[in-house]
Design a protein around this ligand. Sequence first.
Ligand SMILES: Nc1nc2c(ncn2[C@@H]2O[C@H](COP(=O)(O)OP(=O)(O)O)[C@@H](O)[C@H]2O)c(=O)[nH]1
Ligand SMILES: [Mg+2]
Ligand SMILES: [Zn+2]
Length: 306
Amino acid sequence: MRNGTVIKGVGGLYTVLFDGGDEIECRARGVFRRERISPTVGDRVAVAGEGGEAVIDVIYERRNLLLRPPMANLDMIFAVIPTCEPAPDLGSVDKMLSIAEHADIDAAVIVTKCELDGGAASRVADIYGRAGYGVFPVSARTGEGIGALSSFIDSLGERVGAGALIATAFAGASGAGKSTLLNALYPELKLGTGELSRKIARGKQTTRHVELYPTRQSGRVYVADTPGFSLLDFERFDFFSVEALPFTFREFEPYLTKCRYTKCTHVCEDGCAVIAAVKSGAIPRERHDSYRALYAILKNKRPWDK
Ligand SMILES: Nc1nc2c(ncn2[C@@H]2O[C@H](COP(=O)(O)OP(=O)(O)O)[C@@H](O)[C@H]2O)c(=O)[nH]1
Ligand SMILES: [Mg+2]
Ligand SMILES: [Zn+2]
């Protein structure tokens, strides 16, 4: 048996990167299908057998699991937000960041297409900077910010305590510029970009798949290009309870124990310390708007509604 990480899975065929550095394509034991467990990109696995006989025999316990996009054991999510074209949808970004916080996955923000509107780029960067996230303003067109982002991604390789590789993902709306940016960072990837590739993908009815790509020939950091989240059904997003929601907004944390009522929902109550912080400008108003929208969704949901 050899240990490795699933870096790709399409139609029941998985690519496993062994800890030694070589790869194999194989299927999973039938028992997983019967138990409705799917090997997921990012899974740590043990492979039994050789060559055509090889199968995924063990899926080790996951540190975290996202359903949409399907990924396991993520170390970092990059929320990719366009400056414009398309207009940024901060509600969707905050939902994704909230899911990441709840799954205990670190996150950072990338603001793309900065050359199109410097003012708009600064406004988005300011919101997420104040929310406590690392922010990388970039332009694949001019090359601005690419070096800083590249160094940051390289530096993730020094993180200790993770698995055999560091798994990161670029996530964000379709058209945000994820694939273009990955190509600017790592030209050897040659990912499809733009309207054309999306039309081709639809025409061929290709299954959306997630794949972890190496960022450097010999590095440990891998990055996934994920399908745009505008394609996803957000009413059915990865469930957690409404009580957990305030803790998924990292900049709310210093205020959560300071509200007048211990059962404060931080939506509209008198004496709410979170709302006072929004009014003083310490918490970005846009983030609180997203919080209230997510609160309204989660308040009426139960796990079995999924
Ligand atoms: N002006 C400008 N356009 C960009 C930039 N990066 C990407 N785009 C364009 O945005 C569109 C969507 O890019 P793509 O990488 O396919 O987005 P994805 O769906 O997030 O992968 C394409 O037409 C790109 O040429 C940028 O830095 N500046
Ligand atoms: Mg893309
Ligand atoms: Zn409150």
